[in-house]
Design a protein around this ligand. Structure first.
Ligand code: MN
Length: 169
């Protein structure tokens, strides 16, 4: 887990985004879960889960759906610093990800499988405890269970539970 890629992509003299500390304490109530609505050149929702002192991150173009039948593409992106989980603001035009960032949902998450194993094998099941999203969810990597680099496309899926709603975004 490293923030090298995150920092390489950004000019911190220009963007108000956090640079991130070398070490950040784990949050107290449980690992952080956050979704940011990011109006970059293309609107998307950044889905982030705290693990090992960073935020594992996926860009979800259509945002999450409460309908278990609506699998949403989630493109794995670089780890973000934990402080990013409270960032809202405008990234200047011309900078990486230029556009506005709004906190869309925030809370904690509970892995339902070993999270390192889940990320490696491409099947991460977890529970969300947010204001908008809760209950059981899964991230499934497309293209099989291999863990070779370059497989960046995952699906974000609501699992069937009382919080699931057919036909709801
Ligand atoms: Mn983004």
């Amino acid at each position: 887990m490293t923030l090298t890629t995150y920092r390489r992509k950004r000019d911190f003299k220009e963007t108000p985004e956090p640079k991130g500390k070398a070490k950040t304490k784990a949050s107290r109530k449980g690992p952080l879960y956050v979704i940011q609505k990011h109006a970059a050149s293309r609107l998307h929702y950044d889905f982030r889960l705290e693990l090992d002192g960073v935020l594992k991150s996926w860009a979800v173009p259509k945002g999450p759906s409460l309908d278990p039948g609506e699998k949403r593409l989630a493109v794995e992106v670089e780890d973000h610093p934990l402080e990013y989980g409270s960032f809202e603001g405008t990234i200047p035009k011309g900078q990486y990800g230029g556009g506005s960032v709004l906190l869309w949902d925030r809370g904690t998450w509970t892995p339902l499988v070993d999270p390192h194993e889940g990320l490696r094998r491409g099947k991460l099941e977890f529970e969300l405890h947010g204001k908008k999203l809760s209950g059981n969810w899964a991230l499934i990597r497309m293209g099989g269970r291999g863990d070779e680099k370059g497989k960046k496309n995952w699906l974000l899926i609501k699992e069937r539970d009382p919080g699931a709603k057919k036909g709801r975004r």
